[in-house]
Design a protein around this ligand. Structure first.
Ligand code: LLP
Length: 442
C-alpha cells in the first residue's frame, strides 16, 4: 500500500536514482522542480506531465548498458509519440521503431535526420506506408509474413530503391506478461515461424531489390524477467549462423522491446527500490548471453522502459460518493485518457498532490466520468482520503497513456507538458470542441 514514505524523496534518504521523478516537497507533489498544483492551475486537468530529465536518463542507461557492442536504440514510438519527446530522443542519438505511416511522419517532423535510424515493424503494412518508408530511406523493414516479402520487393523495384529487411521471427518463447501484450508464441499473429524463416530468406535472395540485412524478434511487453529475452535471442543467433552459411549477409540483429518496469509501490520503497540502471544492465547481460559472441549490429526497440515512469496523469477529484459499502472517488480523467486499467487490469499508483500527512485512509474505487463500468483506475484501493476539488496523480502513465487516449464520450484529449528541471513546456494543447468535430460533415 502506498505509504507516505512511498513518494517522499525530500524527507527520507532517497534511493540513489529514484524510480520516478515525482516527489513531495513543501507538502506538495512535484515533478522535478515544478509543483504539480501549479501545473494544474496553469494548464488545467486532466494533464499529462512528463519529466524530460528522466526520459533522457533512461535512454542513457540503455545506451551505456550496451556500450560494448555496436547498437542503435530504436525507441518504440507507440509508447509515447509526442513530437517533443521524439525530438529530444532523436537528439540523444535514438533511432525509432515505427508501426505505421503516421509514426513515420512523426519521426520526419520531429527530426528528419533520424529517418535513417528507423525500423518499421507491424503485421499489416500497406502499400502507401511501404512506399513512404522506402522513400524516406529507413534503416530496416521488419517483415512479418512471406506475402509482405513479395510486396516489399515489388514496391522497392517500382521505386528503384533497395529495401533492407529482417524477418521478424517468432521464436515460440513464453514470456510471462498479460496475454494481450505477449507476442512470442506460435499462436500469436506476430512474426514468422522461426522454422520457416530459412526457406523464406532463400526465396527472398532471388529478388534483386531486396537486401536480407537482419533478423528480428520481439516477444512481448512488460516482461520483468530477463531469461525469456536470452532464450529468444539464442534461437535467433543460431538462425543467423545458418543464414550466414546459406550465404546471406546478415548485419543486424533486432532484439525488439519489452523490458518491463515496476508499477507497484515497491518501486519507491527504498529497500526494494526499482533500480532502472541495474535492471537494464541485467537485460543487456541476458541479451549478451543469447547472442553468444554474435557480433551483428544490435537494434533495440524499448518503449515503456524509457517513458513510463517519467510520466503522470494529473487529475482533479470531482466528487466523492458512497454507494452501499463502496466509496467512489470520481476524477475528471477517465478511461479515454488512460485505458490501461480498463484494458489490462493494469495497476497504477495513485497519490494525492497535497502531501497526505496523517490523513485518514480508506478503501476506495477511483473512477472516471465515462459511461462504462470499465471506467476505473483502481478498485478497492487503500489510499489517503481525498476531497472534491483536490488533485491526484496517476503514476507511471508516461507509456501507453496518451498514445492510447481517445475521444470516447466526446471528451477532449488531455494537454501534455514536458518538465525540464524548473522549466515547463506545453507540448500539446488541450483539444477544443472545434478540434473534436472538425472532421465531421453535416
Ligand atoms: N517493438 C515491437 C515490435 C512492439 O510490438 C512493441 C510493443 C515494442 C517494440 C515496445 O515494447 P515495450 O518496450 O514498450 O514493452 N499497450 C500495452 C503495450 C503494448 C505493446 C505493444 N508492442 C500496454 O499499455 O501495456
Amino acid at each position: 500500500m502506498p505509504t507516505k514514505k512511498a513518494v517522499v524523496s525530500g524527507k527520507t534518504a532517497a534511493p540513489k536514482v529514484s524510480a520516478r521523478p515525482f516527489a513531495y516537497r513543501n507538502r506538495g507533489l512535484h515533478c522535478d522542480g515544478v509543483s504539480m498544483a501549479a501545473l494544474a492551475e496553469e494548464h488545467g486537468t486532466p494533464l499529462y506531465v512528463y519529466s524530460a530529465g528522466q526520459i533522457a536518463q533512461r535512454f542513457r542507461f540503455f545506451d551505456e548498458a550496451f556500450a560494448e557492442r555496436a547498437h542503435t536504440i530504436c525507441y518504440a514510438v507507440k509508447a509515447n509519440s509526442s513530437l517533443a519527446i521524439l525530438r529530444m530522443l532523436a537528439k540523444l542519438g535514438a533511432g525509432f521503431d515505427i508501426v505505421s505511416g503516421g509514426e513515420l511522419e512523426r519521426v520526419r517532423r520531429a527530426h528528419k535526420p533520424a529517418l535513417g535510424r528507423v525500423v518499421f515493424s507491424g503485421v499489416g503494412k500497406q502499400v502507401w506506408e511501404i512506399d513512404a518508408a522506402l522513400e524516406a530511406g529507413i534503416l530496416l523493414f521488419n517483415v512479418e509474413s512471406e506475402a509482405e516479402v513479395y510486396l516489399l520487393a515489388e514496391r522497392a523495384e517500382a521505386l528503384g530503391r533497395v529495401a533492407r529487411f529482417a524477418l521478424r521471427v517468432n521464436p515460440d518463447v513464453f514470456a510471462e506478461t498479460h496475454p494481450y501484450i505477449s507476442t512470442g508464441l506460435s499462436e500469436h499473429k506476430f512474426g514468422i515461424d522461426i522454422k520457416a524463416a530459412r526457406g523464406i530468406y532463400r526465396r527472398a535472395a532471388k529478388l534483386k531489390w531486396l537486401d536480407a540485412a537482419g533478423v528480428s524478434v520481439h516477444i512481448g511487453s512488460q516482461i520483468r524477467k530477463v531469461d525469456p529475452f536470452a532464450a529468444a535471442l539464442a534461437r535467433v543467433t543460431s538462425l543467423i549462423a545458418e543464414l550466414r552459411r546459406d550465404g546471406h549477409d546478415i548485419r543486424y540483429v533486432d532484439a525488439g522491446g519489452g523490458l518491463g518496469i515496476d508499477y507497484g509501490v515497491d518501486a519507491l520503497d527504498e529497500a526494494g527500490a526499482f533500480d532502472a540502471e541495474h535492471q537494464v544492465r541485467k537485460y543487456a547481460a541476458a541479451l549478451g548471453k543469447g547472442l553468444a559472441g554474435e557480433g551483428a549490429h544490435l537494434l533495440l526497440e524499448p518503449g515503456r522502459f524509457i517513458v513510463a515512469q517519467a510520466g503522470a496523469l494529473l487529475t482533479r477529484v470531482l466528487y466523492v460518493k458512497k454507494n452501499g459499502a463502496k466509496t467512489f472517488v470520481i476524477t475528471d480523467a477517465g478511461m479515454n485518457d488512460l485505458i490501461r486499467p480498463a484494458l489490462y487490469h493494469a495497476h497504477h499508483e495513485i497519490v494525492p498532490v497535497k502531501e497526505p500527512g496523517a490523513a485518514r485512509r480508506g478503501e476506495v474505487d477511483v473512477v472516471g466520468p465515462v459511461c462504462e463500468s470499465g471506467d476505473f483506475f483502481a478498485r478497492d484501493r487503500e489510499m489517503s482520503a481525498v476531497k472534491p476539488g483536490e488533485l491526484v496523480a496517476l503514476l507511471d502513465a508516461g507509456a501507453y497513456g496518451m498514445s492510447q487516449a481517445s475521444n470516447y464520450n466526446t471528451r477532449a484529449r488531455a494537454a501534455e507538458v514536458l518538465v525540464d528541471g524548473d522549466e515547463v513546456r506545453l507540448v500539446r494543447r488541450r483539444e477544443t470542441m472545434r478540434d473534436l468535430m472538425a472532421q465531421e460533415i453535416l
